[in-house]
Design a protein around this ligand. Sequence first.
Ligand code: BGC
Length: 244
Amino acid sequence: MQILGIDVGGSGIKGAPVDTETGQLLAERVRIKTPKNGEPQPIAEVVNQIAQSFSWNGPIGIGFPAPIKGGVALMAANVSEKWVGTNADALFSKITGCDCIMINDADAAGLAEMTFGAGRGQPGTVILLTLGTGIGSAIFHRGQLLPNTEFGHLEIKGEDAEFRTSDAARQREDLSWKKYAKRLNKYLETMERLFWPNLFIIGGGISKESEKFLPYLTIETHVVPAQLLNEAGIVGAALGALRK
Ligand code: BGC
């Protein structure tokens, strides 16, 4: 099936039509800067601009950085508070004239990795963590997603995990890879003791540089980088729309 996948991020909104059987993008992706205030209407306009650029009139899957239930964001850690309580599926569907389905961005990336990337065919429990502006999480057991986990907000050493361990924290504090890996190890160790997964997949922009921090990790669970890099969010958003 062909679905337009759109990934709403803090700095950019990216989209491309996706073949959901193969995970291939069917055209070069379009990227537009995220409007400054990150509020619903301006973001919906960008989503519409992306849909228009492909003359799209089919279904649209949208990955969004918040937990989502029935098309509504439940919490806003890195987006405008105005999203909370807004029926985003209805807002996007109205402006684009297409059937729009929103899903948490990390759940989307997880679906893409489990279907076409590092988690393909993995039995047992798999946890994908996206390390970027925040920390997103997706947990799978025997390939089934338990949606809307927010493990990035686990409290570690009295602080929100994403405040200490996101890629944004590494950059903000100018941490060496070794120091950053120590923090990541502590975070993964906490997750390991709570969930005993068979595999961790590390996604987000940082996965391109995995050779710089993976060798320092000492936890027992196997840790691998995501394979779809830039495309996981778009492909997964399209896959998310299939789950409606
Ligand atoms: C949000 C999550 C999101 C993650 C990555 C967190 O701050 O609470 O819903 O998946 O950032 O964007």
